[in-house]
Design a protein around this ligand. Structure first.
Ligand code: C2E
Ligand code: MG
Ligand code: MG
Length: 573
């Protein structure tokens, strides 16, 4: 027998030198495991990071018991035994080691069996840390998104029917913890929460850490299926109990989005998107709650994204598809007189013919597009008003403002620039603000209102009677007009006590020195009934629906310029 060419005949010193030389060119830890002699030789670098007492380990089995995570040891030992017995010629597993600080480190161990003489088998290979490849996470000891994707690709291919649910969990105020207490505190929270999730979901459920503060729980292949809501509630309780144990040194809650049902037709990408959507819904719904994924809601969300894209394109195309409509505002305190109009935005394009402002205005607000579009409306309305003042000198134009414009643009500058460029009397312009839109009236906003007043630009409080009817605003802010919303008017038409409330509100507004515009009068009977509450102005379908400028001009202006009763309003007398 010729042993000259086998590794066995190299001295330990020579083998160690070979390993150290190879190690210089790699991030991974080199090793040689003598499967028969139970001897393990590995690089010095590995001994610094993991609790190996030396580079040549003669009681490999015992040492590995200490280094390999207890839950993974059996699997690793079984695989090594197969390599030893000749059943396998390679070892390729991902599992957990414990580092010198007893923290979990995910590793990938890959080796090839090299046979020597007398069937002496050596496993030669490398151990690399998965955390470095973002497959596993050394903060929480969990596999990361790359690992999740790999596992799910296999599971979806092989046995999608075994998946019960996937739950994406996110910390509600993680950013705050990181910012206020530092990254280390953030890492500690992630570690604690990972442990808490693992304890809650039970041994067989898989848990992954995705991006930043998000975890994914995969309930798969279990005979005893647990209800996801029960699991989530238990998790909330366990987090609360942990906070108590730690004497409330830190407090946080988690939201969750859960995907259940058939997984056979889904891709990993679908799972990522759907669970992200459900988690965001839970956060939008007020946090500290779990929301299931609902396809119909997702479709609405996608449609909103498409609308947003179309809106953006049209804005960037010189406001293509946008148009300002005008609805008459009629003074009713001394006969019926057309005194102004409200500018109301309309939008359509090839694909979207009939989207209501109630749908597209919030999308413009969320995307910030309301700032350029708001300016477009302001200029359009101001130019139109200037033209119409030739017919009715007292004509004023009401323009709706979004709270986004108030808070995020230089409104005062835009308004001043607009009236100047167009040459419109500032007192012909009325800016409408929605009651619920600006909850906080901070100093900056109050200053803006004062500046507008100083420039003779009036404010109207829109949608009064919906949402939060906060009387404080009426006192705090100098509104020239209060517009009572149609929903409130409809209630007053049906119910005497509501009618009395509206009457009292109108008296109160008058006593504050402001006037009232009642919105949404559609029929003659409604008009006569509501006149008893003494509004100053009325805006409603009865006098006219919102219409394009040329139509408005034809219906209400033209010849009417010289008379006090505008054309089109004679019916109401
Ligand atoms: P708003 O400012 O309260 O405008 C009055 C709404 O009531 C208009 O709906 C108008 O068409 C409707 N209306 C008026 N009279 C009647 C009536 O007799 N019966 C019924 N059923 N409805 C009546 P529109 O045009 O759909 O606008 C909805 C909302 O969209 C507006 O409510 C306003 O909050 C917002 N909006 C419209 N244009 C703009 C804009 O240029 N900028 C901003 N920020 N918001 C706008
Ligand atoms: Mg309005
Ligand atoms: Mg209104």
């Amino acid at each position: 027998m010729d042993d000259k060419n086998t590794l066995k005949n190299l001295s330990l010193e020579q083998i160690r030198s070979v390993i150290e030389v190879m190690q210089q060119s790699s991030d991974a830890y080199m090793f040689i495991l003598d499967l028969n002699a139970d001897t393990y030789i590995l690089s010095k670098k590995a001994t610094k990071r993991f609790p190996f007492h030396t580079t040549v380990i003669e009681d490999c089995t015992e040492t590995l018991k200490k280094v390999v995570h207890p839950s993974d040891y059996e699997m690793v030992a079984a695989d090594l035994e197969k390599c030893r017995s000749g059943e396998k010629d390679a070892h390729a597993l991902e599992y957990r080691w414990m580092d010198r600080m007893n923290r979990v480190v995910w590793i990938s161990c890959r080796g090839t069996v090299v046979s020597g003489t007398e069937n002496h088998r050596l496993l030669i290979g490398t151990v690399s840390e998965l955390g470095k490849k973002a497959k596993a996470d050394n903060v929480t000891g969990l596999r990361r998104e790359a690992g999740f994707r790999l596992d799910m690709e296999n599971l979806l291919k092989e046995n999608p029917g075994s998946i019960h649910y996937m739950m994406r969990i996110g910390i509600d105020n993680f950013k705050e913890i990181n910012e206020k207490e530092g990254i280390e505190a953030g890492d500690e929270v992630l570690r604690e929460l990972a442990e808490c999730i693992l304890n809650t979901v039970g041994e067989h459920t898989k848990v992954y850490r995705l991006v930043a503060d998000e975890f994914m729980v995969v309930d798969e292949g279990q005979a005893m299926r647990q209800d996801s809501r029960v699991v989530y509630r238990q998790l909330q309780r366990n987090i609360a109990a942990m906070a108590k144990r730690k004497e409330y040194s830190r407090f946080y809650t988690v939201s969750a989005g859960v995907l259940e049902g058939a997984f056979g037709d889904k891709t990993v990408e679908d799972i990522m998107r759907f669970t992200e959507f459900a988690l965001n819904e839970a956060k939008r719904g007020g946090r500290n709650q779990m929301k299931p994924f609902v396809q119909a809601d997702y479709d609405v969300y996608l449609e909103k994204l498409n609308i947003r894209k179309a809106l953006r394109q049209d804005v960037n195309n010189d406001f293509r598809g946008f148009e300002v409509y005008y609805q008459p505002i009629v003074s009713v305190s001394d006969g019926f007189k057309l005194v102004g109009a409200e500018a109301l935005l309309r939008w359509k394009n090839e694909k979207y013919q009939n989207v209501s402002p109630a749908v597209f205005i919030p999308i413009l607000e969320e995307s910030g597009l309301i700032i350029p579009v708001g300016k477009y409306v302001l200029w359009e309305a101001a130019r139109t008003c200037k033209r119409w003042k030739q017919y009715i000198t007292q004509f004023h134009i009401n323009v709706n403002l979004s709270y986004v414009q108030l808070y995020k643009s230089d409104l005062m500058r835009d308004v001043e620039k607009c009236v100047q460029e167009v040459g419109l009397d500032p007192d012909s312009l009325v800016l409408e603000l929605t009651e619920s839109g600006y909850v906080e009236t901070n100093e900056r906003i109050k200053e803006l209102f004062r500046d507008l007043k100083a420039k003779n630009i009036d404010l109207a409080l829109d949608d009064f009677g919906t949402g939060y009817s906060n009387m404080r605003y009426l006192k705090e802010i100098d509104f020239a007009t209060v517009k009572i919303d149609r929903s409130f008017v409809v209630q007053a038409l049906q119910n005497e006590s509501d009618f009395n409330i509206i009457s009292h509100i109108i008296d109160m507004v008058h006593s504050l020195g402001s006037v009232v515009c009642m919105e949404g009068i559609e029929e003659k009977e409604e008009l006569s009934k509501m006149m008893a509450a003494k509004p100053d102005m009325i805006q409603g379908y009865y006098f006219g629906k919102p219409s394009p400028a040329d139509r408005f001009e034809k219906d209400f202006l033209g010849d009417a310029a010289s008379t006090s009763v505008p054309k089109g309003l004679t019916d109401s007398l």
